[in-house]
Design a protein around this ligand. Structure first.
Ligand SMILES: [Ca+2]
Ligand SMILES: [Ca+2]
Length: 252
């Protein structure tokens, strides 16, 4: 081969070798040969959903004890109609203290989170409480809400298991909430037995002296103005209709 051709041939070999080496280097860039970088992206953080729970006290003279909100799956229930109350619900229903109920809920596998109002909610007032829930936890989740009518022996209002699934931003669900008798204390209305401002009497008592030791719809109160002379209550403490509006709105 003439010298000038030999030099040209060497140059071609050198260029080819360089191209192969560069190609080899490129294979470390995960472009699969199609120019698209396939390096795995870090998984996105799950979105945080925000809900607001509102409780409107629709009574004339029954302050609500600090509202308790529990977010849970279908394996949790505040109570069952016709079944005995738990002791922690009895404590709430007779004295307005939700600490035991919240603690028991927090210890349950089926409960994701709880929130408590910081104080009572007066007649005509509204309590608003915020909930933050990871989007990944939403499937199967419901919210339950409970509070005592404090000028009573053991009356509560509650919503049990309002589903959060499928709620879009701006969606609102509202329950017209009735009252329940927890069946853990006789409805004597007697002085010394009612913890609210109408009496300032006893709260929780472990005795169960009600007509039946089961949770039922509440029959309301009689009061001294309606013939029960031993009652510490007057007609303003009565109710014969639903006692609360309980709403859940998704805000984020
Ligand atoms: Ca009762
Ligand atoms: Ca009791």
């Amino acid at each position: 081969m003439p010298t000038h051709l030999k030099n040209k041939f060497s140059l071609v070999i050198l260029l080819l070798t360089s191209t192969i080496l560069l190609s080899a280097c490129d294979s470390n860039n995960n472009n699969d040969g199609d120019g698209v970088d396939t390096t795995p992206e870090p998984a996105p953080e799950p979105a945080t959903l925000e809900f607001e729970v509102s409780v409107v006290n629709a009574t004339s003279a029954q302050p609500f004890s600090p509202v308790a909100v529990i977010v849970h799956t279908s394996d949790y229930s505040l109570f069952e109609i016709g079944e005995p109350s738990t002791t922690e619900l009895e404590v709430l229903a007779e004295g307005g203290d939700n600490a035991d109920l919240i603690a028991a809920a927090e210890a349950a596998d089926a409960v994701l989170t709880t929130v408590s109002a910081e104080g009572p909610t007066g007649p005509g007032a509204t309590e608003n409480l915020s909930l933050s829930i990871s989007e990944d936890d939403l499937p199967g989740l419901s919210v339950s809400v409970v509070s005592m009518l404090v000028n009573s022996n053991d009356a509560i209002t509650a919503v049990r298991g309002m589903s959060l699934e499928g709620m879009e931003i701006g969606d609102i669900q509202t329950a017209v909430s009735i009252s329940y008798d927890t069946g853990t204390e006789a409805n004597s209305e007697a002085a010394g037995t009612i913890p609210g401002p109408a009496d300032g009497g006893e709260g929780f008592n472990a005795d169960r002296d009600d007509i039946a030791d089961i949770v039922t719809g509440h029959a309301g109160v009689l009061t001294k103005d309606n013939g029960l002379s031993s009652s510490i209550l007057s007609e303003v403490h009565r109710w014969d209709h639903p006692v609360a509006y309980i709403s859940v709105m998704r805000v984020q």
